[in-house]
Design a protein around this ligand. Structure first.
Ligand code: GTP
Ligand code: SPV
Ligand code: MN
Length: 601
């Protein structure tokens, strides 16, 4: 029957090899290549991308083993409007996700994928999220027709045939498939950034599958990252009793050698990579990087929460990164790096806004056009990125691949808020901590399509990444209190307060160490806090604010929580919560009521 659905059978039921064959029958590639993750494979594909004009090899002396890619101007960020959680039941996707029934969506996708790889190579990438041998590690297979995706997956995940062997031996796996949706007819010259105007990023939580069509960019195309590790990951985590989070992980050490481990959730482009690579301004203090974007967290035998970073590299925001703001990242990307949508200098190196105070006199911008500072447009796209191996990070922790992960002392939530959220606050309890996560609000950034600067609710920085009902996800966090006797302490931070002149009040970056020091000393019981109905606040002296050059009025704003603004915000939270109906956990409702009452008095 020619019209028969071809992929009704589940990948995991079909088995790896039969599934790969079935996808090839559907997409009709010219050939199939199984990836082995070797350096030889990486170099071969990079060379092929250079030959096709998709990669520019950067000056070997200035930036060894590095490349620049420029995307199609219509394919520059995650596409949240085109992202779907296709649970069997709509209610399981919850009100904050786009939903479509798996049957309807698969029919649509099968039509799009039919013949979509014609004239191209279909790559089969066996990859592990997490260090091989860790009980927390998960296996995935990504099928893709994008060489760019393959080489980025090499850097961001652990690509190895050991994974396909383990899957054939019966190990669990997540099946992910990706096509840029741009088939080639015989003799047709390829575009340097093939993609399709129609895009679909679809997660199937009940069958642990991902289908991504039409985009070659970042989280849309590197399916181990947000699609598998967060959207499918959060579903696995709930089923199995752990947490899959949009969090960095770091270790901070004080001059006495005492350590703290923390995981922090900030929305996209709100400071995770920078905090993970912090160079403390405080003498004798040290930070080691464990992860910069995703944390998988689970209870251990000692009654604590432990976290691993499932990734193998960093896909970081380029603009704003400089020797001053993030010297660690600058060293990280000194070699072996793929740059996307940044500017090219006359001597074959890269540049972006914020890298140097004075821009070069001329550049080729991210669109490939001649650029001068008079152009009036940014030379690098605001979501221009670098992809670099974690092993190259000068502050990477010696324990970053410890299969057990690190025991968390603190969980931190943070957003991008010009007002209304103090620099730092400690939660009153675990439940109040979950409430602080659930009520996170942040200005939208260029990491996703949408209006930059618009305030939106982004609970736990997971709005675009929760694979199931957001309120059930909060309940899952609340439930940890019964499973984990020694829970981390919870904090909320905001580096992005602005004064009346529109200037950032807090110097941020290396000075954020002052906030981390306070967090550590709170956990150690070394420092007092001011109790308020809304949380525990520091005394400004304990942050050493007098050591910074802040005006009196700016300093006063750091911890300000004007009641009228608080009340307005809580009213807004109450309205926001309505959409969750009976799924809203009672503990969250109770925290809201307490704060509403306090703010109205
Ligand atoms: P994703 O990779 O998209 O998840 O972003 P991220 O959360 O890792 O954010 P990142 O650290 O890349 O920072 C995003 C932008 O915020 C960059 O332009 C940084 O320069 C800027 N930024 C980071 N930390 C600070 C800070 O402490 N203060 C200020 N003012 N800006 C910061
Ligand atoms: C984010 O948007 O949070 C990113 C970039 O880290 S992407 O991988 O594209 O999701
Ligand atoms: Mn980042």
């Amino acid at each position: 029957m020619p019209n028969q659905r071809r992929l009704t059978e589940l990948p995991q039921t079909l088995g790896l090899d039969a599934w790969v064959t079935s996808v090839a029958v559907l997409t009709q590639p010219q050939k199939i290549v199984w990836c082995d993750g070797t350096r030889e494979e990486y170099d071969r594909l990079c060379n092929q991308l250079v030959e096709n004009g998709s990669f520019i090899k950067l000056n070997e002396e200035k930036r060894p083993n590095s490349y620049l890619a420029r995307t199609d101007p219509s394919d520059v960020a995650r596409v949240e409007e085109r992202t779907f959680i296709c649970s069997d039941e709509e209610i399981n996707a919850g009100p904050t996700n786009n939903w479509q029934s798996p049957d309807v969506m698969k029919e649509k996708l099968e039509r799009l994928f039919a013949g979509s790889m014609r004239g191209r190579t279909m790559y089969v990438i066996p990859f592990a999220m997490g260090p091989l041998g860790s009980p927390l590690t998960r296996y995935g297979i990504q099928i893709t027709d994008s060489e760019y995706a393959v080489v980025n997956m090499h850097l961001m995940t652990r690509v190895t045939p050991k994974v396909s062997d383990a899957i054939r031996g019966g190990a669990d796996w997540v099946a992910t498939m990706h096509s840029v949706g741009s088939p080639l007819s015989p003799g047709q010259v390829d575009s340097t950034w093939p993609c399709n105007r129609e895009k679909y990023i679809c997660q199937f939580p009940d069958t642990k599958e991902v289908w991504s069509f039409g985009s070659g960019y970042g989280g849309n195309a590197l399916l181990g990252k947000k699609c598998m590790s967060l959207r499918i990951g959060s579903v696995l985590a709930r089923e199995e009793g752990w947490l899959a989070e949009h969090m960095l992980i770091l270790r901070m050490q004080n001059p006495a050698g005492e350590r703290m481990h923390l995981a922090a959730a900030f929305p996209s482009a709100c400071g995770k990579t920078n905090l993970a690579m912090l160079q403390p301004s405080l003498p004798g203090w040290k930070v080691e990087t464990i992860g910069d974007d995703i944390a998988w967290i689970g209870p251990d035998e000692d009654g604590r929460l432990r976290a691993i970073n499932p990734e193998n590299g960093f896909f970081g925001v380029a603009p704003g990164t400089s020797v001053k703001s993030n010297p660690v990242a600058m060293e990280l990307i000194a070699k072996d790096t793929i740059f996307t949508n940044v500017a090219l200098t006359d001597d074959g190196d890269v540049w972006w806004e914020g890298m140097t105070k004075v821009p070069p006199k001329h550049l080729i911008d991210w669109r490939g056009k001649f650029w001068t500072p008079a152009a009036g447009t940014p030379a690098a796209h605001p979501n221009g990125r670098f992809t670099a191996p974690a092993a190259n990070c000068p502050t990477i922790s010696p324990d970053w691949e410890d299969p057990k992960g690190v025991a968390l002392d603190a969980i931190v939530f943070g957003g991008r808020r010009s007002s209304g959220a103090p620099l730092v606050m400690q939660s009153k309890s675990w439940e109040h901590g979950v409430f602080l996560g659930a009520t996170m609000v942040s200005e939208q950034t260029a990491a996703a399509e949408g209006t930059v600067g618009k305030l939106r609710h982004d609970p736990f920085a997971m709005l675009p990444f929760a694979g199931y009902h957001m309120a059930d996800y909060w309940q899952h966090w609340l439930d940890m209190a019964e499973k984990v006797p020694h829970l981390p302490k919870v904090f909320r931070v905001n580096w992005f307060l602005k004064n009346e002149d529109g200037q950032f009040i807090w110097p941020g970056f290396s000075e954020n160490a002052r906030v981390l020091r306070w967090i550590m000393e709170r956990i150690q019981g070394k420092v007092e806090a001011k109790a308020t109905e809304f949380g525990l606040l520091p005394n400004l002296e304990d942050l050493g604010v007098n050591e910074l050059e802040l005006s009196k009025s700016d300093a006063a704003q750091l911890l300000a929580m004007p009641k009228d603004q608080l009340l307005a915000e809580l009213d807004d939270d109450e309205i926001y919560f309505r959409q969750f109906g009976s799924h809203l956990p009672e503990a969250i409702r109770a925290e809201l009521d307490l704060e509403l009452e306090a703010a109205s008095n």
